[in-house]
Design a binder for this molecule. Structure first.
Ligand SMILES: [Zn+2]
Length: 161
């Protein structure tokens, strides 16, 4: 599969998250151009702060491949990884990371900070902006709907008062 197609799978995962009321972020770990693990953000439904798409995909890939070293693998993720997930990328030795939209609030691949510029013992290749418009659109749509929902609830409360 091409990078475009693998990111397409990550975007599908992000849509699954949105359908569950989760912030839409999806991730795919691929080896030799084939997906080995697919995951989406499950922080709300899992009631767990560590259930980010990237972490879940990395965990699944370790299980599937039977080891913690993912040096032959590439990660495709719709949003720039946070500090926790960037740490997991270093620790799992993922060779290359391709992300879609930048995250100015928590992105650690260059937006807020660049964790990979520090002298850690592993330095993945980082590429950004692949299908970023689609990833951003999903996020914007999600947060717009959330704001609307909150407004509706507020209005309803005021009406019943
Ligand atoms: Zn994360």
């Amino acid at each position: 599969m091409t990078d475009q197609e693998l990111m397409g799978l990550a975007l599908q995962e992000a849509e699954k998250a949105a359908a569950l009321g989760e912030v839409p972020v999806g991730a795919v770990v691929a080896k030799d151009g084939q997906p080995v693990a697919l995951a989406h953000n499950l922080r709300e439904s899992g009631k767990n702060a560590t259930y980010h798409a990237e972490l879940l995909a990395i965990q699944q890939a370790c299980q599937v491949l039977g080891g913690w070293r993912l040096w032959q693998c590439e990660l495709f993720v719709t949003l720039e990884p946070c500090p926790m997930c960037s740490g997991a990328i270093i620790n799992s030795r993922i060779r290359r990371v391709v992300y879609g939209a930048a995250d100015p609030k928590a992105g650690c691949c260059g937006s807020l900070t660049d964790l990979f510029a520090l002298p850690f013992n592993h330095h993945p290749v980082i590429e950004s902006g692949l299908r970023a418009e689609e990833a951003s659109a999903l996020l914007q749509e999600f947060f717009a709907r959330l704001r609307q929902k909150r407004l509706d609830q507020k209005r309803k409360k005021e009406e019943t008062r």
